[in-house]
Design a protein around this ligand. Structure first.
Ligand SMILES: Cc1cc2nc3c(=O)[nH]c(=O)nc-3n(C[C@H](O)[C@H](O)[C@H](O)COP(=O)(O)O)c2cc1C
Length: 303
């Protein structure tokens, strides 16, 4: 999954920077691709509400670091804000970034994007986040970005206050954790990378091994809400059913789910249903998995 981390603190080695680093380490270890934008150290001027963008095809009259950031937001599947609490909200540097969404609002809304927030605050009571939580909830609803929650670390005025707390581990685990949607997204992007020799098949197998319990444990509503083609959704329902009954060996389940991931990747690449390229990729990946498991795996051709 492509994750974009946007930080708000002016402290390079502050408490929220430590949380951002822990999250990114976990996310990279889990196989995500992470980009980071430190708003306090980039040029992002505040919106002045001139509405130049309304008559200039979403262009702001300013040309600053917001321009490449918008491109990164468009490419991201998950946006993670990491900020200290400043007067019960995000820092001015991060707020400037958010206000500049005004120019591109309808371009960045939805798109299956998800968002999280990680916040540190000095005050030792959790109600200190009430205002920020309400703002985030409302903003994400407006942007139609799925709210993935986050970490609200309180009683943390400086790095010393982090000693003896569990917050850095939580941030690391949050980065590492991946739900069904994340694993499907990671697996389908690995499909092309493994076939191109850019990633080892062991990375692909590791993703499939994590995907197996995620599929088995998924309920109908979770599968219904996935942003995948309808044929893939139907496949996922039937894959879950056959994995619960007849296909029980790990390598065969991996082969089954590999066919599904290849189908998703093929459709994302714009190939027609059951195209030749999809079929060839299914075969190539099945052979790669046979090499990895050093045994035959079951052959699945459908989507
Ligand atoms: C301008 C400013 C405003 C702050 N406002 C709050 C606040 O409203 N509530 C709170 O609990 N802490 C507040 N703090 C404390 C910071 O949230 C806390 O020190 C945080 O850990 C700093 O994170 P950093 O090291 O990543 O910059 C404020 C600090 C500053 C400098």
């Amino acid at each position: 999954m492509n994750i974009l981390v946007i930080t708000g603190s002016p402290h390079r080695d502050g408490t929220s920077a430590a949380m951002a680093e822990a999250f990114i380490r976990g996310a990279e270890e889990a196989g995500h691709q992470v980009r980071r934008f430190d708003a306090a150290f980039r040029q992002v001027a505040p919106c002045i509400g001139c509405d130049y963008c309304r008559s200039h095809d979403h262009q702001c009259f300013r040309q600053d670091d917001m321009t490449p950031l918008i491109g990164q937001i468009m490419e991201a599947q998950e946006i993670v804000y990491v900020t200290p609490l400043y007067y019960h909200g995000v820092t001015a540097q991060l707020k400037a970034v958010m206000d500049r969404y005004h120019a591109v609002d309808d371009l960045i809304r939805g798109g299956g994007r998800r968002a999280r927030i990680i916040v540190t605050a000095g005050y030792p009571r959790d109600w200190v986040f009430d205002g920020l939580k309400a703002t985030m909830r409302t903003t994400l609803r407006h942007l139609r970005w799925e709210d993935q929650g986050g970490i609200y670390a309180y009683g943390i005025y400086s790095r010393d206050d982090m000693e003896g707390t569990d917050y850095l581990r939580q941030a690391y685990e949050l980065g590492r954790s991946m739900d069904l949607a994340g694993l499907l997204s990671l697996g389908s992007s690995l499909t092309g990378q493994v076939l191109a020799g850019e990633r080892p098949v062991s990375d692909y197998a590791a993703c499939l091994v994590r995907l197996i319990p995620a599929v088995l444990g998924a309920d109908d509503a979770q599968i219904d809400s996935l942003d995948i083609p309808d044929e893939a959704r139907m496949s996922l329902f039937s894959d879950r059913a056959v994995m619960q009954t007849v296909i029980t060996e790990e390598q065969d389940r991996a082969s089954l789910l590999s066919t599904l991931l290849t189908y998703i990747a093929s459709r994302q690449a714009g190939h027609a249903n059951h195209s030749r390229i999809y079929m060839d990729q299914v075969t190539a990946l099945r052979k790669a998995l046979e090499g990895y498991y050093q045994t035959d795996v079951q052959k699945f051709c459908g989507s």
